[in-house]
Ligand binder design. Structure first.
Ligand code: NDP
Length: 256
């Protein structure tokens, strides 16, 4: 594509100095470099105004070197996240968070899939697990992970249950899952006794345990002996999410 004059380009915007977000942004730019994608990083101060952020997005929407725009979330509290996402041209929305892209995913006719749920589907496929006809349980219903995850499993003909903080008996729901996706943000919430023997378990969570060590929503030690397949944290969903972002950026260059 570069030789043909259509080098994919990603603009990553970060507002403020959240250390985890800074690591994510650095990794995204490193990935671009590794595969030959042009990248621009915008590290804006925490006090950046809504107008300043929106004019930067306007400028990037019109910039032909930039095929994908990613705004690292969460944004500082004084900024309106929804309005910022709405500003991104949907054909450059490589995170697939714009309502137009969310709607397209709902009807199964999309340009981009959100990076984390799409990465999870890739991991399930590569583990050799068929989704069709399987009982799938997604724990978490965020717009970024849980809801689109459930939709993607449904598109693959899974029978899907979505659990959340008001679910009555989480352990019982989880025990019925052939495919269990945990996207909660609670360290080691899912334990071995909550998992059906042989189930495929995908852990999206990124938390710190009592010793400050990075861990998932799944208690890996107790679940690994029960599950048929399981992803670790770190080294599971995180790297797949990054890979899908690169795939979306290349696709954005194709359609822009
Ligand atoms: P949110 O906080 O937006 O959503 C969490 C969801 O979990 C909510 O739907 C909430 O329910 C549900 N929940 C909370 N407590 C419980 C409980 N005790 N039982 C059942 N459900 C519960 O988080 P995100 O979806 O943004 O992220 C989830 C996790 O995934 C986080 O750890 C995040 O860091 C990680 N993550 C990892 C990524 C990666 O690349 N690896 C990318 C994105 C996220 P309710 O709606 O009722 O409040």
């Amino acid at each position: 594509m570069t030789e043909e004059g259509n080098r994919p380009g990603l603009a990553v915007i970060i507002v403020g100095t959240d250390p985890a977000s800074q690591v994510y942004v650095r990794n995204k730019c490193k990935d671009c470099e590794e595969i030959g994608v042009y990248s621009e990083e915008y590290a804006l101060p925490a006090e950046t105004s809504q107008d300043e952020l929106c004019s930067l997005i306007d400028r990037l929407n019109d910039d032909s070197k930039i095929s994908g725009i990613l705004v690292q979330l969460p944004l500082p509290k004084h900024l309106d996240e929804k309005a910022v996402i709405n500003k991104i041209n949907p054909t450059k929305d490589v995170d697939a968070f714009h309502p137009s892209n969310v709607g397209k995913i709902m009807i199964g006719d999309y340009d981009f899939l959100p990076c984390t749920p799409a990465g999870v589907m890739e991991l399930i496929a590569k583990s050799g697990t068929q989704v069709e006809g399987k009982k799938c349980v997604v724990v978490g219903r965020s717009n970024i992970v849980g809801k689109p995850q459930a939709m993607l499993l449904l598109h693959k003909n899974g029978t899907v249950t979505i659990c959340h903080s008001r679910t009555k008996d989480l352990a019982q729901e989880c025990r019925e899952a052939d495919i269990l996706v945990a996207a909660v943000g609670k360290a080691k919430l899912i334990t071995g006794d909550m998992v059906k023997p042989g189930a495929t378990v995908i852990d999206v969570g990124m938390n710190r345990d009592e010793n400050g060590k990075l861990c998932g929503d799944v208690d890996f030690e107790s679940v690994k002996n029960v599950a048929g397949a399981i992803t670790p944290v770190p080294g599971g969903v995180g790297p797949m999410t990054r890979a899908i972002l690169m795939k979306n950026t290349v696709h954005a260059a194709e359609i822009n």
